[in-house]
Write a new protein. Sequence first.
Length: 402
Amino acid sequence: MPVYLWRGKDRHNKTKKGEMEAPSVDVVRSELTRRKITDAKIKKKPKDLFENVSFMQPKVKASDIIIFCRQFSTMIDAGLPIIQCLDILYVQNDNKTFKKMLKDVKSNVESGQTLAEALRKYPKQFDDLFVNMISAGEAGGILDMILRRLSAYLEKAAKLKAKIKGGMTYPLVTIVIAIIVVGIIMVFVIPVFEEMFSGMGSALPVATQVVVNLSRAIKSNIFYIIGATIIFIYVMRRFYRTEKGRVLMDDLILKVPLFGDLIRKAAVAKFTRTTGTMLSSGVAILDALEIVAKTSGNKTIEKAVMDTRTAIAEGRTMSDPLAESGVFPSMVCQMIAVGESTGALDAMLTKIADFYEEEVDQAVENLTSLIEPFMIVFLGVVVGGLVVSMYLPIFKMAAAFE
């Protein structure tokens, strides 16, 4: 069915515009008249030449999903039917990719599918956690409440992810810049000094000779170094994609000083927030743990959660197998045990998540404050050492003339 773009005046003489899917212009004009839109100009929406080229289409961001949940929740709470809500969300959305998805979801709901079944077709945008919570909301008649919880959960998850990225990006960018600066000095600057010193007729100081030899080696093998670096990164990425490589690397990541502690705290915050949100929304604990394990992003944590799920299925509590895994801090396991004994596990998990999200904030600040002086000293020693080694022959010549 074609899509038409329209522009007109509302009853208050304000300009309005939008788009509408209809079989003909007459149908669009009739609908606009019903909405009290006057002086309407209608034209057929031109086709997007790149609509079938996936990488040319806009991505659906976390913010799009959060806004979708909030708006959907408000409309459901106001008593609007799901199909009408989806139609309004489709019309108002500016993201072409998301619009196409909403159109398909609306069509599937109209054909008799549940909202959860319709959303399940888009796992990249709506993961198992999202779909299972929507399913629980539909079954319990609390879809508006579930959508509010989802939007709150997604906002907190997005903030946590941004914090981790911020904590990891700063040192990585600093290290890359340091490598580039040292590389430029070794390849372009040192050879100029070497040519200048070649006419001195005397032996260079040991430090200067070492730097000159290193510069020659790097300059003559620069393409091999770049090639070896690219191959190493490629091999490591391929290895990480294997089951064995993923297990080994994920376990190693948790043991890295400073960074490992940050990632562990973020994982605890994500585990407790996700599990607490799902349990409070009516999702069964075994289903919740399976989904949480799959979305953990770390094989070591995934194994610990799946082992816990197996233990619960055998009649044990959650806290004991989590403590036995050695992945989760003892305080977390003790608080979960208290939540289980008082029958308020979902509330306790939410409190743990709040605490550990603050811990992540503090860990990022500590990481930044520790890395800044380290990087300053590193750059000072390396770059300063190169500069001093290049000026040693000049100092030697000056001393000879005195």
